[in-house]
Design a protein around this ligand. Structure first.
Ligand code: PBG
Length: 310
């Protein structure tokens, strides 16, 4: 009876698997704060991607981890066609074709030696407009490498419009934009910093949103839609379900939410101690994000959950 009347469902196609691919390693590297998640080699990524597609996930989101010595002030590895992320995109697109939506993180933080999402000005502050120029170059390189959908996650003003214009100008009319619309400066990104070997000192509060703000998310939303976002995202998910609902109530584009590294780590750690039922907590958390209004959920459990749902 409950199944018959359930209002919310989670299907494999709703789930997107975020993955990390690292340069200069010859075997997958565990991420200690995200048990079960690894930095992949390109080869192990191919296997993980094939499994995800086999389980029916809706998409795969790639993050690149360059060698430490390849990081620099402007994140040169990001738009280098031979940079780790672009190489991995090309390989996966060759393998998978159009069987899933191949997504790329369009952000500089993994590639800069200071770990910020943009380039810095003479005072060491993130320079919005100079950063956006770098994103455009990165976006075109990712589209060339075969990404179907780009995820600008740097929260620079004007990033969606500039990337849209850059893609169109380079002939990538069909490459879409998954805009990180309301991305909050969150303590729950902690494990991700380990996952991408981030060098960041300090925080991102000058460009990511303040936890206290709800109306601001609506202003960010209006801008992203006007600039041409195809899908809008709220992140993190579980501490921001009210924002997911606010956004879902007013938009007519699909809404995504990202169950981030810290959310994964919390549930995993509590389950390891036997304090909560892992499998039930995974289903409950993802269902709650869907119930809040997300049609798409990025989660590190995507393949596992999709397999369970098959
Ligand atoms: C920035 C980016 C971050 C995440 C996704 N894209 C880190 C940040 O903003 O500090 C976090 C994802 C996660 O925590 O799972 N490229």
């Amino acid at each position: 009876m409950r199944r018959l009347v359930a209002e919310t469902s989670v299907e494999p196609r709703h789930l997107v698997l975020p993955v990390f691919v690292a340069d200069g390693i010859d075997a997958p590297q565990p991420i200690s704060s995200m048990p079960g998640v690894v930095q992949h080699t390109v080869e192990s990524l191919r296997t993980a991607a094939a499994e995800a597609v086999g389980a029916g996930v809706g998409g795969i989101m790639l993050f690149g981890v360059p060698k430490p010595e390849d990081k620099d002030g402007v994140g040169s590895g990001a738009d280098d066609p031979d940079g780790i992320l672009n190489r991995a995109l090309r390989t996966l697109r060759d393998d998978l074709g159009d069987t899933t939506v191949l997504m790329a993180d369009t952000c500089l933080d993994e590639f800069t030696d200071h770990g910020h999402c943009g380039v810095l000005d003479d005072h060491g502050r993130v320079d919005n407009d100079a950063s956006v120029e770098r994103y455009v170059s990165m976006a075109v390189a990712q589209a060339q490498a075969g990404a179907h959908l780009l995820g600008p996650s740097g929260m620079m003003d004007g990033q969606v419009g500039a990337i849209r214009a850059g893609l169109d100008g380079a002939g990538f009319l069909d490459t879409g934009i998954l805009a990180y619309t309301a991305k909050y400066a969150s303590a729950f990104y902690g494990p991700f910093r380990e996952a991408v070997a981030s060098t960041l000192q300090g925080d991102r509060r000058t460009y990511q949103q303040d936890t206290a703000n709800r109306g601001e998310a609506m202003r960010e939303l209006e801008l992203d839609l006007a600039e041409g976002a195809d899908i809008v995202m709220v992140k993190p998910a579980m501490s921001y379900l009210d924002i997911v609902r606010d956004v879902a109530n007013v938009v007519d584009v699909p809404v995504a939410a990202y169950q981030i590294s810290g959310e994964y780590a919390m549930i995993t750690a509590a389950a390891e101690r036997g304090w909560i039922d892992r499998d039930a907590a995974i289903v409950e958390s993802v269902t709650s994000i869907r119930r809040a209004g997300a049609s798409i959920v990025l989660t590190y459990w995507a393949t596992e959950l999709a397999t369970r749902l098959l």
